[in-house]
Design a protein around this ligand. Structure first.
Ligand code: ACO
Length: 716
């Protein structure tokens, strides 16, 4: 059987299905020696009850778990959709050639010793050959793949994976294997588990596309160390989060962590702020820790989507109710507050000294039955969308009876409305939490954990229900911009001079201060008079990048004499600063009125491609790092959200009697810059600093625009 065909960049979901539902799996490097990985994999496949054919392959022959070991893949008696390779790196290429001859569809390469240790050429050779011969590669440097749909545990993990609704994609092998153990203790069922290792070919985006179509998968958890094709990943995530809950854990949040991750996987971790923003933009829930991720996925795997955002807290302790209220604020869970409805709903169960205000406090006197009735009242009332049930251990309460009631209530209502429990107390309560969790009931020991899970559900639900917004149609004469870059590139530079950048800004439709390039003193005076005083003057020279340092800028020139003096002073200073600098002239620019200074940037991010950034200028961006990022291009709604997201946003709304600023003018510039950086990939960085914002209706002005671009002549 031969399959000599080439594959496109992505073969799509249909092809990927064979990896998760293979008819036959070969294990190359299968061994009857229990110390070998090739033995463990066969053992796990046997124990998990794989429904297809297993072909252990080893030239030595023999048998393993009663299955005859075939000396070569040619001896397979049926189709082999997946070959798992667990032999030393130097033997992988010839084995891959034999897989091509046997018509294998997917290679699962367990073996280490490739790009992660600098052996990049061999890895690339394998992938190129595989793709040319119609095969996809998972790995290398992985612990394998698990798929519940056909009982396939082709991993060398501890085995015993429970089938369920959570799919895990992990870049870290060791952590992935540890997660198998963790899922067992948490009674968390998996639909799939995929180790991606070096991501030489199949990456998260390929797997997400498939998992989005898999009915058994309700939640996808990703552990990421470094992002390689971030632009594709972000676009895929944005589509997948409309159907499935997606939780991500990314290491490398701290600077030291980022360095460790980079050396660990051989791929560079992207800047954390950009990663964080793009995950949020894509509707992904980013967990702080593995524990938080487990709490979320476990909850999301079983819960139904809430009809609205109004939750009700039921408690038997005032203090814990207040803690929960704080947690609700932190995690964006809103609390139902129609007093009349609340009063009526709890009238029959509330003791005289209790409170039907939300949090509903039944007090320590409540019995298990009172508590259950109050909970039922929430779950029966359509206007209340979720129940947050808190309980503090008291001497009066029958804990066993309480556990039975919780089980009954959970079984009856969990398909209809989200419920989350938080119990606090001594040993009996701890045991109760453990038992209920084993049964899949969302019970937490800490109020914040419980509310965080509900908050994750709310955020993910918002993403799923969000109306997709369209990008604005913005016309940009990209050809004219490319021509400016081309001409500048001829001069062996990778940045535009001020007047060239101003021309790009003009093509983009940005409002800039009026500016005229003067080549002599007379022209400078005439330009200043045409523009009108006050004016600013700036040197124009490709040899002087930092104009202020060179004394090449003069501000607030109010008359002819000042323009003449400044012209001569600029030339003198620049000559002293760099005697051989070629000076093209002096730019005379309108001096703009003061307003709120903002900064808007756009760049080709190393991991995610085109991105935009917004922040307030000056200390806000330099000291406070108060900025927001998104993958570009962005819709108007997203541009507005970026502006509203920074901490200093109130300054744009008008403080101390000042008027509200023209944020829609800012949003339009963010949008336009996003479109430009996406369509003109040669531009590597654009920065408008400052973009001065005036009162509503008065618009914005781009005072200084800097543009860097990729020069194919190798200048940077
Ligand atoms: N075809 C079939 N079988 C072969 C071939 C071949 N071309 N070549 C060798 N074999 C057999 C060997 O004879 C041996 O079988 P035996 O036990 O019956 O003698 C078996 O395949 C394995 O080969 P060995 O040479 O014994 O190799 P070894 O098992 O020592 O190592 C391994 C192979 C495990 C793949 C190793 O090279 C490796 O990469 N280890 C790291 C794996 C890893 O950690 N991956 C990342 C996981 S994620 C994480 O971090 C946990």
């Amino acid at each position: 059987m031969s399959s000599e065909c080439c594959l496109d960049e992505s073969e799509g979901v249909a092809g990927m299905e064979r990896l998760f539902k293979p008819r036959g799996v070969a294990v190359i490097g299968a061994s009857s020696n229990p110390a070998k990985i090739g033995y463990r994999i066969i053992e796990n496949m046997q124990n998990a009850g794989y429904t297809g054919e297993i072909y252990p392959v080893n030239p030595k022959g023999g048998e393993v778990f009663g299955i005859p070991i075939i000396p070569s893949l040619e001896d397979a008696t049926g189709p082999v959709d997946v070959a798992v390779l667990a032999i030393p790196a130097k033997f992988i290429f010839p084995a891959v050639e034999s897989c091509a001859k046997a018509g294998v569809g997917h290679l699962v390469i367990i073996t280490s010793g490739f790009s992660e240790v600098g052996n990049t050429a061999e890895e690339a050779r394998i992938v190129e050959y595989a793709r040319q011969h119609g095969m996809r590669v998972l790995g290398p440097n992985i612990f394998g793949v698990y798929s519940a749909s056909c009982g396939l545990d082709a991993t060398f993990g501890p085995g015993g994976i429970l089938p369920g609704h959570v799919a895990i994609i992990t870049q870290s092998g060791a952590l992935g294997i540890a997660m198998i153990g963790k899922t067992a203790t948490e009674s968390l069922g998996l639909s799939a588990l995929i180790s991606v290792g070096n991501k030489s070919d199949i990456d998260e985006a390929d797997l997400l596309e498939y998992l989005a179509t898999d009915d058994a998968t309700k939640v996808i958890m990703l552990y990421i160390e470094g992002v390689k094709k971030g632009e594709r990943l972000a676009k895929t995530l944005a589509k997948v989060t409309r159907k499935k809950h997606v939780v991500v854990i990314k290491s490398g949040r701290s600077k030291r962590g980022a360095m460790a991750a980079a050396s660990h996987t051989g791929s560079l971790a992207g800047a954390d702020e950009v990663f964080d923003s793009i995950m949020r933009q894509s509707g992904v829930l980013r967990a702080e820790s593995v524990q938080e991720a487990f709490d979320w996925v476990r909850y999301l795997a079983d819960v139904s989507l809430p009809a609205g955002r109004e939750a009700v807290i039921v408690t038997n302790g005032g203090g814990i109710g207040v803690l929960a209220t704080d947690a609700c604020e932190k995690y964006g869970v809103s609390l139902y507050d129609d007093q009349a409805v609340l009063y009526e709903a709890f009238a029959d169960v509330m003791p005289a000294f209790g409170s039907s205000k939300n949090p509903v406090d039944l007090t320590g006197q409540a019995t298990a039955e009172d508590y259950a009735s109050a909970l039922r009242a929430v779950l029966e009332e359509d206007r209340m969308n979720a129940a947050l049930a808190l309980y503090c251990e008291t001497a009066l309460f029958d804990t066993d009876r309480f556990a039975t009631l919780l089980r009954e209530i959970y079984q009856e209502y969990s398909g209809r409305k989200p419920i989350v429990f938080s119990l606090f107390g001594g040993e009996r309560i701890e045991a109760m939490i453990r038992d209920l969790r084993k049964e899949g009931i969302p019970v937490f020991g800490d109020v914040y954990q419980a509310v965080s899970a509900l908050g994750a559900l709310y955020r993910s639900t918002t993403t799923m229900k969000r109306e997709p917004k369209k990008l604005s149609e913005i016309e940009i004469d990209v050809e004219a911009i490319e021509e400016i870059l081309e001409n500048a590139g001829q001069e062996d530079r990778n940045f535009l001079l001020a007047h060239e950048a101003a021309r790009v800004a003009e093509i983009l439709g940005l409002r800039m201060p009026r500016s005229i390039l003067a080549r002599n003193l007379d022209e400078a005076v005439k330009a200043a008079e045409d523009i009108g005083y006050p004016v600013v003057m700036k040197v124009v020279s490709k040899d002087i990048v930092h104009k202020s340092d060179a004394g090449g800028v003069a501000l607030d020139l109010v008359n002819r004499d000042e323009v003449i003096d400044a012209y001569q002073a600029i030339l003198r200073s620049c000559h002293v600063y760099k005697p051989d600098a070629l000076i093209e002239g002096i730019e005379v620019v309108e001096m703009v009125r003061a307003g709120v200074e903002t900064i808007i940037g756009a760049r080709q991010d190393a991991s995610f491609g085109p991105t935009v950034m917004f922040g307030l200028g000056g200390i806000y961006v330099e000291v406070m790092k108060d900025v927001s990022f998104r993958a570009a291009p962005v819709t108007r709604t997203v541009a507005e959200a970026m502006i509203a997201e920074i901490r200093s946003y109130p300054l744009l709304l008008g403080v101390r009697g000042e008027s509200r600023k023209d944020t829609s003018g800012v949003a339009e510039v963010v949008e336009r810059l996003g479109h430009l950086i996406d369509r003109c990939r040669r531009i590597t960085d654009i920065e408008i600093n400052p973009l001065v914002v005036y009162d509503v209706g008065d618009g914005v002005k781009a005072v200084d625009v800097r543009i860097l671009f990729e020069n194919p002549r190798g200048v940077n």
